[in-house]
Ligand binder design. Structure first.
Ligand SMILES: *Cc1c(COP(=O)(O)O)cnc(C)c1O
Length: 396
């Protein structure tokens, strides 16, 4: 085991492929290694780890007033989004959900399950919700008390303008909840720059841990108000919070190995320079990827400033010999797992920029893509005209 090269940026061991996906993603060897020990969930050592985890995550939002607290919740990211919605939205509230992709849609669907009154602004596959339309919607319906937005909508990779939305929401006297699942840890969400009541993310995205839990970072005054609101015993954020503060423990079996791995992931995150350092590496990953793919002839769905350093959507080439499954398989054979697209209008695929990878690896991805096009007999990566027409709807 000691012969495996360590951080920074070491290749995955045992020839496993790189995951160019939005999580689970490629983790550092030392993160995997941290799972080689068993922990008693009741024991003081594990309780200390939980306390450290909560404190370290709080450090990432620059909460100098100590107004927020961090509550980890077992499960995947969707569990923690649901937990946040059920706990931070009063039962009698009305919520505006800003939708521009699968994760915004999932939030609206969750509110249906929860029986919480809501309305949506649906911008389709990828267009960003803007301040003026949010302001108009809030003015038109004074019953709306809360707004929910996705930070980076992972289904297209668009970086939604959460600062402008937050300003609008609070100017209208409403409250904001943020799904920052795929951005937290790499893009700043400092509370002195962006106002919100709660934000959620999970272990297996930009902090580069393995999947198994998520966390809500919420304003303490709102956490107090959440008592008794949740429809769900296991997803009750207030109950988990109160219990953790009282006993230092998770209410039900915690994913102990995942937490241990996450502590190592947090250590690496800090060592890299925190949110700024992580964001810088991902930005370089994206820049190498996007430039390289454009040089081959691929086109991105998004252009600056909407292109996130998290995941990039590329249009499928129009060429008759291009088939996504063949492209996927040939990329996998070269050591890279890519991701199908989620656009409804045109065919696309996605390549993630997050995970334990750097610009040199992204260059290998580009080289592999060039190689694969030759192998498939695709001599032009240009997308169909309809894709470019679609893209022209995106104003800066
Ligand atoms: C990953 C992700 C989620 C959660 O998805 P899970 O599959 O439940 O982990 C939620 N919102 C966004 C924006 C995401 O990227």
């Amino acid at each position: 085991m000691t012969s495996v090269p360590k951080n920074p940026i070491s290749p995955p061991p045992l020839g496993e492929p790189y995951l160019l996906t939005p999580g689970p993603l490629t983790t550092a060897y030392s993160v995997k290694e941290a799972m080689l020990r068993d922990w008693g969930s009741w024991d003081g050592d594990f309780r200390a780890m939980t306390a450290q985890l909560r404190a370290d995550l709080l450090d990432l939002i620059g909460d100098t007033d100590n107004a927020f607290d961090c509550v980890p919740i077992q499960g995947s990211g969707t569990f923690v989004v649901e937990a946040m919605l059920a706990s931070f939205l009063p039962r009698e509230s009305k919520t505006l959900v800003l939708v521009n992709g699968a994760y915004g849609n999932r939030i609206a669907e969750t509110l249906k399950y929860l029986g919480r009154d809501h309305t949506i602004i649906d911008k389709g596959d990828y267009l960003p919700p803007r301040a003026t339309e949010v302001a108009a919607a809030l003015e038109a319906d004074p019953a709306i008390s809360h707004v929910v937005v996705v930070h980076c909508e992972t289904s297209s990779g668009i970086l939604n303008p959460i600062k402008e939305i937050s300003d609008t929401v609070y100017q209208a006297g409403c409250k904001l909840l943020i799904d920052s699942m795929s951005a937290f840890g790499a893009l700043p969400v400092d509370v002195d720059a962006i106002n919100y009541e709660a934000i959620v993310a999970s272990a297996n995205k930009c902090i580069e841990g393995v999947p198994g839990f998520g966390f809500v970072i919420g304003r303490k005054s709102e956490l107090e108000l959440a008592k008794g609101r949740s429809h769900s015993l296991s997803l009750d954020v207030h109950a988990q919070w109160a219990n953790m503060n009282k006993t230092g423990q998770w209410r039900f079996t915690p994913p102990t190995h995942v937490v241990a791995a996450f502590m190592e992931a947090l250590r690496l995150h800090k060592e890299e320079g925190g949110v700024a350092g992580r964001g810088q590496r991902y930005t370089e990953n994206r820049d190498v990827l996007v430039k390289g793919m454009r040089d081959i002839g691929f086109e991105t769905l998004l252009t600056e400033p909407w292109l996130s350093p998290i995941i990039v959507t590329f249009f499928n080439p129009a060429h008759a010999a291009f088939e996504f499954q063949k492209f996927y398989d040939a990329m996998k054979k070269r050591g890279f797992i890519i991701y199908p697209g989620k656009l409804t209008v045109v065919d696309s695929f996605r390549i993630g920029c997050i995970g334990h990878m750097d610009g040199a690896i992204m260059q290998q991805v580009v080289d592999a893509a060039r190689d694969v096009l030759v192998e498939l007999g695709v001599d032009s990566a240009r997308p169909p005209e309809i894709a470019l027409l679609e893209r022209s709807k995106l104003a800066a």
